[in-house]
Design a protein around this ligand. Structure first.
Ligand code: MEV
Length: 440
C-alpha cells in the first residue's frame, strides 16, 4: 500500500475509493462495500462521522436489554452494547436471581475527580511553598469564570494542593486539584481549568519578587485530568440467608454452593492470573453499559484495573462473605461517568439508553453499572463453580456456527437437540448439517 497525503481532506467516497484501489481481490471489494453500513438518515450519519476522524463507515454492535434489575428498590431495564455472546444473558440471569432475594443495594461513596498540573521548578522548596500559599486563593479566583456554571449546579473545584514529587523526579512538582463535576464526566471542564491555572501559575512565578531570576522560570510540563479516580467510588452488594440461595445444577445444595463460590472469589483475591479473568467478567457487564450510555470505556477500564492493583497486587474487584448464615457478595469500583454532555446527548442511541434508564444522575448511573458488573460476575462464577462455563457458551456458539453455515430454522432445531449432550466444534456442526442437508 502507498503512503498518501491529504487523506483527511478527501470526501468519504474518495477515501473509500482510494483504500479500495490500494487493495486487491476480496479486500478491495470489502472496502468498496463499506457504504452498505452507512445510516439511511444522512443527518444521523453526519453526526456519527463527526465523532471521529477519517471515518469510512459505521461499525455495528448489538444493543441489548437486561431487564429485572432491582437496585435500591427501583426497577431498571439496563441497555447493554456488547459483541460477546452470553454477557447479556448472564447479566439478566443474575438480575433475575437477585430480584427474588431483595435486589441490589448500591451506594456512591464519593464522586471526586482529579486533575494535575505537572511542572518543573528549580529552587528552595520552602520558597515555592510560601509562594503557593500566597497565590493559592488568587489562582482559584482566576478560574472562577470557568467554574461558575458548574458551581451553580453544585459542583466546582473542591481542593487545590501543591505536591512535592522531587524525591521521585528531580525538581518535579504538581498542582493537584479535586473536582465535583456533577452529572458531567467533566474532562473538558477539568482540562480547561488546569490549563488556565497553569498559565496563571507560570505568570505569577515570573513576577515573584522573592524568587531569584532562575526561579522565575517555572516550567509547565503538562496539564491533564487523571483517569485514576479512586475517590469516584461506588459500592454495590447483594445478600440473602444461605438457605435461600436454592438448589443449583446437578442438585448442588446452597451450603456447598456458598462454599465453592466464596472459594472461587477468594482465589481471585490472591491470584492475579485468576483475578484478571474474574475482573474481565465484571467489566463485560460494566463496559456494556458504559458503551450503551456513550461513556468512555477506556477511562473506566484503565481506572478499574489500577484500582484493582492499589495495594501493589492485582486483585478481584468483588468480594464475598459467608457469615452468620448470610451470603453477601459485593463490589467496590471507581466509575467516573457522565449522564450529560459529550456523547451522552449527541449519540442517538446513548440518548436512548439514558432515556430507558429514566435519565439517571451520574451517581445513579454509577450504581446501575456496579449492579450490572456484580450480576455479571455472580452469573459467571456461579456457572464456573456449578456446571462449568462451556455449557451456556456452547448453546450460543452452536447457534452462531449454524447460522454461519446457513442452516435453516428446522436444521437449527435438529442441531440443538443433537448437540445437547455433545461437544460443539465448527467441523462437528458442519458434518452434522451435511448429514441432514435433505431436511429444509
Ligand atoms: C468471559 O468473557 C468472562 C469469564 O471468563 C469471567 C470469569 O471467568 O469469571 C466467564
Amino acid at each position: 500500500m502507498k503512503a498518501v497525503s491529504g487523506f483527511s481532506k478527501m470526501t468519504k467516497e474518495q477515501k473509500i475509493n482510494w483504500l479500495s484501489g490500494e487493495l486487491e481481490g476480496e479486500a478491495s471489494e470489502l472496502v468498496a462495500n463499506m457504504p452498505m453500513y452507512w445510516h439511511q438518515d444522512t443527518n444521523i450519519q453526519k453526526r456519527l462521522d463527526e465523532f471521529s476522524e477519517n471515518t469510512l463507515t459505521n461499525f455495528n454492535l448489538p444493543f441489548g436489554i437486561s431487564p429485572n434489575f432491582l437496585i435500591n428498590g427501583k426497577h431498571y431495564s439496563v441497555p447493554m452494547v456488547i459483541e460477546e455472546s452470553s454477557v447479556v444473558a448472564a447479566a439478566s440471569l443474575g438480575a433475575k436471581f437477585w430480584i427474588e432475594r431483595g435486589g441490589f443495594t448500591s451506594k456512591v461513596i464519593s464522586t471526586k475527580k482529579v486533575g494535575q498540573v505537572h511542572f518543573i521548578w528549580q529552587g528552595e522548596k520552602q520558597k515555592l511553598n510560601s509562594f503557593f500559599s500566597k497565590i493559592k486563593e488568587e489562582l482559584l479566583l482566576s478560574v472562577h469564570h470557568l467554574a461558575v456554571n458548574m458551581e451553580a449546579r453544585g459542583g466546582g473545584i473542591l481542593s487545590l494542593e501543591l505536591i512535592d514529587m522531587t524525591e521521585q523526579l528531580e525538581n518535579y512538582y504538581q498542582l493537584k486539584l479535586n473536582f465535583n463535576t456533577c452529572d458531567a464526566m467533566g474532562a473538558n471542564f477539568i482540562n480547561s481549568i488546569l490549563e488556565e491555572i497553569a498559565s496563571n501559575l507560570k505568570q505569577k512565578a515570573s513576577l515573584e519578587s522573592n524568587f531569584d531570576p532562575d526561579e522565575r522560570d517555572l516550567n509547565i510540563i503538562m496539564c491533564i485530568l487523571s483517569n485514576y479516580t479512586p475517590e469516584c467510588l461506588v459500592e454495590c452488594s447483594v445478600e440473602c440467608p444461605i438457605e435461600q440461595l436454592g438448589i443449583f445444577a446437578g442438585g448442588m445444595g446452597p451450603r456447598e454452593f456458598a462454599q465453592r463460590f466464596s472459594t472461587a472469589v477468594k482465589i481471585a483475591e490472591i491470584d492475579p492470573n485468576r483475578a484478571v479473568t474474574h475482573n474481565k467478567g465484571i467489566m463485560n457487564g460494566i463496559d456494556s453499559v458504559v458503551l450503551a450510555t456513550g461513556n468512555d470505556f477506556r477511562a473506566i477500564e484503565a481506572c478499574a484495573h489500577a484500582y484493582a492493583a492499589r495495594d501493589g497486587q492485582y486483585r478481584s474487584l468483588s468480594s464475598v462473605s459467608v457469615k452468620d448464615d448470610i451470603f453477601k457478595f459485593s463490589i467496590r469500583i471507581p466509575l467516573a461517568v457522565g449522564t450529560v454532555g459529550g456523547l451522552t446527548t449527541l449519540h442517538p442511541l446513548a440518548k436512548t439508553s439514558l432515556a430507558i434508564l429514566e435519565r439517571p444522575s451520574a451517581p445513579q448511573l454509577m450504581q446501575v453499572m456496579a449492579a450490572v458488573g456484580l450480576a455479571q460476575n455472580f452469573s459467571a462464577v456461579k456457572s464456573l463453580v456449578t456446571t462449568g462455563i462451556q455449557k451456556g457458551h456452547m448453546k450460543l456458539h452452536l447457534l452462531n456456527v449454524m447460522n454461519q453455515l446457513g442452516a435453516t430454522p428446522s436444521q437449527i432445531e435438529k442441531g440443538k437437540e443433537y448437540f445437547s449432550d455433545k461437544v460443539v466444534s465448527f467441523s462437528s456442526v458442519r458434518s452434522f448439517l451435511d448429514s441432514i442437508k435433505h431436511l429444509q
